[in-house]
Ligand binder design. Structure first.
Ligand code: 9MR
Ligand code: ZN
Length: 571
């Protein structure tokens, strides 16, 4: 009893000392104890009931949380942790017990301050809003005049697109009306590969959490039309995808200029011819799968669109059924646009089969890729969703829906759980609760981590285990600033935010694209700008760093998906 009382008195005294200390430092950083540099938190913030961790890069024993009135509200211990993500020892503290909404900062004596962060039940609604609105700012073939970001450009790419080569249906030089869609990234190419997996993930998030999406939510031109803004934005990608399908069902891989436009080129100044290059069965498979999802989502809401999508999906499937792997590109096709190349379409066929099986209830799609013993006709290892393989989503959709083969559903469920458990174990080993180990940081590492998070969110739908959600959320913590560079990787969010992404419109306008997620740390450092082989430190917030600081529509799709899972339902 007495010991407890003394403990309390000591804590109160320590708090008093820190309060004085804090008032001199709050908002005004001393040279010795800097802000943000060595104390890491999620700079956007934490859900009231979520786990909350702070990391100190330097040895320290305790941390103190201060509220906006500079009052210390909590003191906790830091424990050393051998962290495989940074390959360093870090000192980690847990403040999960803090649930009172507000804005806070953490102080670690002799180390420094954290950036401010919020605790709130709706703390990720802004992540979802900006992350989704990003697509509006990436739209192609529009006049952009956006007050909130200040971004604008006259009508761009008005002649999309020109047939680069003749095929059985079109002559070289023919115009195939294909305006619209989204600029892929910091470049202006439009790719079936990323547009499909993006649309599919946006719609999958909607299917899982429809209550989180309403009309007027993101402030886009379609706001007010009575339909959730998310679906309006997805439709921009969907309508463009329709234009990429050939009459025989095959789908063209990409539409882009022959050369990369210079980095400061506004889209309306990119006036080189924009070519439609050859078809691929990989893209045809992704298209079939995505259109099958479109058909399901829009069935009740927009039967016309749903019908068009179903027919397009079936036609694409028909082409796949008639053709082995095709990749109709030569190295001479272009000298400047995304390759998104592949030598195998098996994952795409699996994905298409699953989604069409779910849409139609017809087992013949499924039996094209799965045999009577419920195993894949050719070996297949599920992976987190990426531009090169979206099949996991198909496996998930099949596992969720009634009416398929029950044994197959059980097999697919087990596969997804196994993959998720693998990442769950990685999270438990990491000081940052990140799925990536030091040597796993490659191009688009931020997206890869969020995709692993998605894998765990899908598993959570199939098997009740709250750890899956919490581990997925931890991937978002890292991307929002809880990392060894103390870097928030989403422009417009956090304190140390992305300022110089590799993005042509950003350079041309000197404005920011709020909500833009960059690729992040990349050991290979292809651009030669970010440091090589430094794991989570292989990142540079610099325009020329296309391999660590570019965006892409499929990166944001992973961000939007994970943010959707944790956003509060709009009131
Ligand atoms: O996101 C893509 C990444 O996974 C690849 O490793 C990389 C190299 O092929 O390409 C990335 O995609 C880029 C695309 O090729 C062109 N538009 C910008 C994309 C993001 O950097
Ligand atoms: Zn454009």
């Amino acid at each position: 009893m007495a010991a407890k009382k003394w403990g309390l008195i000591i804590i109160i005294m320590i708090n008093l000392v820190f309060s004085c200390f804090a008032s001199s430092l709050w908002g005004m950083d001393s040279a010795r104890e800097k802000t943000g540099e060595e104390v890491f938190i999620n700079q956007v913030g934490y859900l009231t009931n979520a786990p909350k961790f702070v990391i100190s890069a330097k040895a320290a024993g305790e941390f103190v949380i201060f509220d906006e009135k500079e009052k210390s509200i909590f003191q906790g211990a830091l424990e050393p942790f051998a962290d495989p993500t940074s390959m360093q020892t870090v000192w980690r503290g847990d403040f999960s017990s803090q649930k009172i909404p507000g804005v806070y900062r953490i102080f670690i004596p002799e180390v420094g301050w954290s950036y401010p962060f919020t605790i709130d039940h709706a703390v990720y609604n802004q992540v979802l809003a900006l992350g989704t609105r990003y697509y509006y700012l990436q739209r192609c073939g529009i006049v952009l005049n956006d007050d909130s970001s200040g971004l604008s450009h006259p009508l761009c790419h008005r002649q999309d697109g020109v047939m680069a080569r003749a095929d059985a249906f079109n002559q070289k030089g023919d115009i195939i009306p294909s305006m619209g869609g989204w600029h892929d990234a910091g470049d202006y190419g439009k790719y079936t590969t990323t547009t499909t997996v993006t649309v599919a993930q946006l719609l999958a998030a909607y299917q899982l959490w429809p209550e989180k999406f309403v009309d007027g939510q993101f402030g886009i031109p379609e706001s007010g039309n009575g339909r959730p803004d998310l679906l309006d934005e997805a439709r921009v990608g969907i309508e463009w995808l329709f234009t990429m399908q050939r009459p025989d069902g095959a789908v063209y891989h990409k539409l882009s200029g022959r050369y990369w436009p210079n980095i400061g080129t506004s889209p309306d100044f990119d006036r080189q011819p924009r070519y439609i290059y050859g078809i691929s069965t990989a893209d045809t498979g992704k298209f079939a799968a995505t259109m099958a999802i479109v058909a399901r989502v829009f069935q009740g809401m927009d039967p016309d669109l749903a019908e068009r999508a179903e027919q397009a999906a079936k036609k694409a499937w028909g082409f796949l059924a008639e053709n082995e792997f095709i990749w109709d590109h030569s190295g001479f096709d272009d000298q400047g646009s995304g390759a998104y190349g592949t030598t195998d379409d098996w994952p795409d066929r699996i994905w298409a089969a699953m989604e069409l099986g779910v849409l139609t209830g017809d087992d013949s799609y499924v039996s094209a890729v799965i045999n009577e013993e419920n195993t894949f006709r050719r070996p297949y290892q599920p992976t987190p969703i990426s531009w090169s393989d979206g099949a996991l989503l198909g496996l998930f959709h099949y596992a969720c829906e009634e009416g398929g083969r029950p044994e197959l559903s059980a097999e697919l469920t087990a596969m997804i759980i196994k993959l998720a458990d693998h990442y769950l174990a990685a999270v438990d080993r990491s000081g940052y609760r990140y799925t990536l180990k030091f040597n796993e940081f490659a191009w688009a590492s931020n997206k890869e981590a969020l995709s692993r998070g998605i894998t765990m969110l899908l598993a959570a739908e199939l098997k009740a285990n709250p750890q899956y959600q919490l581990a997925a959320l931890a991937q978002l913590d890292f991307v929002l600033g809880f990392n060894p560079l103390s870097q928030c990787y989403v422009a417009g969010l956090g304190t140390k935010t992305v300022k110089s992404p590799h993005h042509r419109l950003v350079v041309a306008s000197s404005k920011s694209v709020p909500g833009l997620l960059v690729g992040g740390p990349n050991n290979q450092a292809e651009s030669g700008v970010e440091p090589r082989d430094r794991g989570p430190f292989s990142y540079q917030d610099a325009t020329p760093s296309y391999s660590s600081n570019e965006t892409a529509i499929d990166y944001n799709a992973a961000l939007v998906f994970v943010a959707s899972a944790f956003a509060a339902t709009p009131e």
